[in-house]
Design a binder for this molecule. Structure first.
Ligand SMILES: NC(=O)c1ccc[n+]([C@@H]2O[C@H](COP(=O)([O-])OP(=O)(O)OC[C@H]3O[C@@H](n4cnc5c(N)ncnc54)[C@H](OP(=O)(O)O)[C@@H]3O)[C@@H](O)[C@H]2O)c1
Length: 326
């Protein structure tokens, strides 16, 4: 089978597409013919050996997947050959076939196509866990989402809206902000053209109740300085490149909380809670409350340029790789 291979740590351009043996599922594992997978920011990091999970070389990147079961390992009870599934693996999804743990797969919901399904697990799972469990967002609260047109960002906009919050989406271009509006944002801020703190004074003088931050870098501190009384600042990621250092007088002054979000570890440590989250997310997906956005589609050979596109801030929503397409 063909697969994107990372043979040496480096940028997307150092990836190659090669034939490798079809992997065999071990106990509790399922092999899936990948009809669609999606690019997430961790794919940019993992190929440079900058992610918290560090696979041995050579390996295939890619974690979100949707496809058809082609083999099951010993002890697998929930799936059989021919079932349509979606879910996550740690890496390996940018390939014609991949192995996933049975526990990390769900049946493909009725009426959901492979591309939508592949763009769903990581970003909606992360943003739901962040906003509902860690941020305790309530109807009527105001939620500020930074990097709001990105993968986790746009999912956060939709989930915050579904929870009944007023959503302020902040991003770097008018095109991205128009997309955020289409996905439910009530207010938008272009943080390249306008100072974030000034813009927040205009649209939310009392300060947001919850801030969802997947960007970090130079945005985190000004955003946190604008947070409302008893606000919660959700630390989701550092797509901006640097990890901010926040002075500890700032949370004191607002009775505010800085709250960490680590979705992968949450799924591992609190698996039953994760299953309940997925039930809610799938019901919202079926009801049309969530409308995952496919930004662009790529063949397997084009997967490295899809990762490059994400790294260059050119995606709005999800970039989908379709290994079964020629
Ligand atoms: N905590 C967790 O469990 C968890 C789970 C999944 C992902 N994450 C993290 O969340 C972050 C976002 O992931 P994602 O898959 O949503 O990525 P994404 O689709 O690329 O979105 C990231 C957004 O960050 C903004 N950004 C600002 N500076 C950037 C830069 N120098 N390079 C790239 N983007 C920049 C971009 O928006 P603008 O151009 O509008 O600024 C972009 O849309 C990553 O750091 C990822 O590791 C964390």
């Amino acid at each position: 089978m063909r697969a994107v291979i990372c043979k040496e740590w480096g940028p997307p351009e150092s990836l190659v597409v090669e034939d490798i043996p079809v992997p065999e599922p071990k106990k509790g594992q399922v092999r899936v013919a990948i009809h669609a997978s999606s690019v997430n920011f961790p794919d940019v990091l993992i190929i440079q050996n900058k992610y918290q999970f560090k696979p041995e070389l050579p390996f295939s990147p890619g974690s979100d997947l949707a496809g058809v079961v082609t083999a099951v390992g010993e002890g697998v009870t929930r799936f059989k050959v021919g079932d349509k599934v979606m879910g996550m693996t740690s890496w390996g999804a940018f390939a014609e076939e991949a192995i996933a743990e049975e526990s990390r797969l769900d049946p493909l919901p009725e009426g959901v196509d492979f591309a939508i399904a592949a763009g769903f697990p990581m970003v909606y799972g992360t943003s739901y866990h962040a906003l509902v469990d860690r941020g305790e967002v309530k109807a009527g609260q105001t939620v500020l989402v930074l990097g709001a047109a990105g993968g986790v960002g746009l999912a956060a906009v939709e989930i915050a809206k579904a929870l009944g919050a007023r959503v302020i989406a902040a991003a770097s271009s008018a095109e991205k902000l128009a997309i955020c509006k289409e996905h439910g944002a009530d207010e938008v801020i272009n943080y390249v053209e306008e100072d974030l703190r000034e813009a927040l004074k205009r649209v939310c003088p009392q300060g947001p109740d919850v801030i969802y931050d997947p960007v970090g870098g130079d945005l985190a501190e000004p955003a946190f300085r604008s947070i409302g009384w008893r606000g919660k600042f959700l630390v989701v990621g550092f797509a901006g490149g640097s990890i901010p250092k926040i002075p500890l007088n700032l949370p004191l002054l607002k009775n505010a909380s800085i709250v960490g979000v680590f979705y992968g570890a949450y799924v591992k440590n609190e698996y039953q809670a994760y299953l309940k989250d997925m039930e809610v997310l799938f019901s919202w997906l079926r009801e049309g409350k969530l409308k995952p956005r496919v930004s662009d589609r790529f063949t397997l050979d084009e997967a490295p340029s899809a990762i490059r596109r994400l790294a260059d801030r050119k995606a709005a929503g999800k970039l989908i790789v379709e290994p079964q397409q020629g």
